[in-house]
Design a protein around this ligand. Structure first.
Ligand SMILES: Nc1ncnc2c1ncn2[C@@H]1O[C@H](COP(=O)(O)OP(=O)(O)O)[C@@H](O)[C@H]1O
Ligand SMILES: Nc1ccn([C@@H]2O[C@H](COP(=O)(O)OP(=O)(O)O)[C@@H](O)[C@H]2O)c(=O)n1
Length: 220
């Protein structure tokens, strides 16, 4: 029986960090669905696609996303840090509200997660992508804590950002992601909520591994 672990939550709650570590410790696959929305968001923005259009399908026909050994290739080239900027996060959040974008990516994500042990992280993994996941986690933390983490992360990468701007962007994206009509950011009824505000990365990982051991009978 496969062990599929869904980790959802808002920006800066720690999804990517803990999902990568859990996958590493268990020796299983890892999927960053946010990166996929960032790739598509940046692509559509550069094409000048109007998110209010009835259909965006024509803009997606020339976008080939491949997932090879945990990294994404777009039209044959590896994806760089350009998808990690706050702007790319906003484009992702804007276009992620369009049904064509969600159908395009959700089908791909379901395929990647089919019949394999995997940790997948995003906004709708436990509710839409793998609604029957063996383990569902919903990470939360205060907006201020999440903004501070993202601010420190971007500063460390050499980006010239202000904490106040990051806080505004995080609050705006939270609102966008939670209030959209399709696949909103929401805790699945059977997900375990973990407030990471005052927990170390290691403490969050340990809590998740305990749940995996219980629900997937995986030897840790
Ligand atoms: N529990 C934690 N305590 C302190 N820093 C954390 C914690 N979880 C994540 N971080 C740091 O916060 C930043 C954002 O974490 P990330 O995993 O990218 O969040 P998300 O994927 O939910 O947006 C990273 O620099 C990461 O190292
Ligand atoms: N499964 C997912 C993952 C991301 N997204 C969208 O993509 C944006 C960027 O996701 P991300 O996980 O890379 O963002 P961070 O939480 O890392 O800041 C989110 O704000 C969502 O709008 C989504 O709609 N569904």
């Amino acid at each position: 029986m496969a062990c599929r672990i869904a980790i959802d939550g808002p920006a800066g709650s720690g999804k990517t960090t803990v999902a990568r570590l859990v996958a590493q410790k268990l020796g299983i696959h890892y999927l960053d669905t946010g990166a996929m929305y960032r790739i598509v968001g940046l692509h559509l923005y550069r094409k000048g696609a109007d998110v209010k259009s009835e259909s965006l399908r024509d803009y997606l026909t020339d976008l080939k996303i491949e997932y090879v050994d945990g990294t994404f290739m777009v039209n044959g080239s590896p994806v760089g840090d350009e998808i990690r900027t706050p702007e790319a996060g906003m484009y992702a959040s804007i276009y992620a509200t369009h049904p064509d974008v969600r159908a395009f990516l959700t089908n791909m994500q379901k395929e990647i997660c089919k019949n394999r042990d995997i940790v997948a992280e995003g906004r709708d993994i436990g509710t839409v992508v793998i609604p029957d996941a063996e383990v569902k986690i919903f990470l939360v933390a205060s907006p201020e804590v999440r903004a501070k983490r993202r601010y420190l992360e971007l500063i460390a990468k050499g980006y010239d950002v202000q904490y106040e701007g990051i806080l505004r962007e995080i609050i705006e994206r939270d609102e966008n992601d939670s209030s959209r009509g399709i696949a909103p950011l929401t805790k699945a009824p059977d997900a375990v909520e973990i407030d990471t505000s005052d927990l170390s990365v290691e403490e969050v990982v340990d809590r998740i591994l305990e749940l995996v051991h219980l629900r997937c009978k995986k030897k840790i």
